[in-house]
Design a protein around this ligand. Sequence first.
Ligand SMILES: Nc1ncnc2c1ncn2[C@@H]1O[C@H](COP(=O)(O)OP(=O)(O)OP(=O)(O)O)[C@@H](O)[C@H]1O
Length: 245
Amino acid sequence: MSLRAENLTVIGRLANVSCSLERGGITAICGPNGAGKSTLLMALAGLLSADTGRAMLGEERLVSLHLKQRARRIGYLPQSADIAWDVTVRSIVELGRMPHGDSAREPVDTAIAALDLEAFEGRRALTLSGGERARMLLARVLAGEPEWILADEPLAALDIAHQLTLLAHLRRQADGGSGVVIVLHDLALARNHADRVIVLDEGRVAADDIPQRALSEEVIAKVWGVAARWIGEPGAQALVSDLSV
Ligand SMILES: Nc1ncnc2c1ncn2[C@@H]1O[C@H](COP(=O)(O)OP(=O)(O)OP(=O)(O)O)[C@@H](O)[C@H]1O
């Protein structure tokens, strides 16, 4: 069942954006600051109504889906999430089960293990570092076992080892049939790990393709205004830029 944006316009933020995503892969949304990435992700999560156009899950309009039903199918991780309660890490992860009305042990344990949080389970959530907190909040999303995982910059606060662990976990979710959509600023991570990349520029789709084409040196020069080139083996490439440009 596809997740789609159909001619979505949010005035001042997105202009006539269309895309159709299928489960079973990782899609990265990239673009400069203010390009509309978070706005598109929120619309695809059903959290924002468009001025014109619509976001659809299969044949249903996302904004008309019942909240609980939508939360069961789409797990959304915002860019910066504050924790309001002084409770344990495990209790926060268990909140991911709310749409199901249970606190089933197995998915909570799996999510905690996937994010390498076993040692923190009993800790008060408010005492975690930024990266640990980011892992906990993603574990909460995973505990809900949604069909779609939509995450806004989930790797930003993570060290390289946890970035790679998390990407491997998202890959397993995608291989298992989930749809994974992540906003990424790190173009090398997008190029090396996504199956597809949507590049936004000033609220419009500048590219929507396999990473090699969507993040070509030409697209990067046009959209980011940076002269950069890819080096290294396919799947393990780095982007180098000339600082004098
Ligand atoms: N609630 C809002 N009301 C009005 N304008 C907004 C609102 N949220 C974001 N914008 C504007 O919409 C545009 C797109 O914002 P958005 O957060 O989607 O960009 P982004 O690509 O995710 O940026 P970044 O990389 O900086 O996180 C920006 O110009 C932003 O200032």
